[in-house]
Ligand binder design. Structure first.
Ligand SMILES: N[C@@H](CCC(=O)N[C@@H](CS)C(=O)NCC(=O)O)C(=O)O
Length: 219
């Protein structure tokens, strides 16, 4: 039995839901899932019982509710007693890049909505999108340059930072990975091949809901 419940949106589209979900899997913390398909009457009817913001993800732990993906990430790392790099400087760096994803990369998130099932989509390259991809490439390359010896993840071993960037891998899978250098491309492969992500991807592939606003870049 577990006290933890993670309320998520559609697996195909809800990138914010994916972040704490994959971290919980990597930390080995058991949890129950409640899935509320976005933009449906069911979502709007149910979400107010779970979330004070009307958004997913939300984590329920007994009487406690934790919302905002970055706060959930911090909470589950505390609960598991691991999930950030052990070294203080690396930990500060991992927190910085995680906060940067939570607060930033708007141009990338807007132009490349997560759509796990979709392949070979193309959207126009704009300067804000190109700048976001350059920043992402520099960030991933820097992490991998410094932590290659410790393992294949951003900070060597899997950390919360990898969870925060997991949805970006699906965005590049869908819209193309133009602009990424060799280290970033290798990291992208690591994320996409993560066996703990498979159940999420398989479930996303069987979902039938379509969010027209997120279904962009059709040929
Ligand atoms: N800043 C929030 C973003 C959460 C968010 O925007 N979630 C979307 C789904 S990915 C949502 O719940 N949308 C429903 C709505 O706005 O009605 C977080 O980090 O958790």
């Amino acid at each position: 039995m577990t006290d933890l419940t993670l309320v998520i949106g559609n697996r195909n589209y809800s990138s914010w839901s994916l972040r704490p979900w994959i971290l919980l899997r990597h930390l080995g913390l058991p949890f129950r899932e409640v899935r509320l398909p976005l933009d449906t009457p069911e979502f709007h009817r149910e979400i107010e019982h779970w979330s004070p913001t009307g958004k997913v993800p939300v984590l329920i732990d007994g009487a406690l509710r934790v919302w905002e993906s970055i706060a959930i990430v911090e909470y589950v790392v505390e609960k598991a007693g691991r999930g950030w790099p052990a070294d203080r400087a690396a930990r500060a760096h991992a927190r910085s890049v995680s906060a940067e994803m939570h607060a930033g990369f708007g141009a990338l998130r807007e132009a490349y909505p997560m759509n796990i099932r979709a392949r070979d989509r193309r959207v126009p390259m704009t300067e804000p999108l190109a700048a976001a991809i350059r920043r992402l490439d520099a960030l991933w390359t820097d992490c991998r340059n410094h932590h290659a010896a410790g393992g294949p993840w951003l900070f060597g071993e899997y950390s919360a930072a990898d969870a925060m960037y997991a949805p970006v891998a699906f965005r590049f899978q869908t819209y193309g990975a133009e602009g990424l250098g060799a280290l970033s491309l290798a990291y992208l492969r690591t994320v996409l091949d993560d066996p703990l992500l498979r159940p999420w991807v398989e479930a996303a592939e069987t979902e039938t809901e379509r969010a027209a606003g997120d279904d962009v870049g059709l040929a």
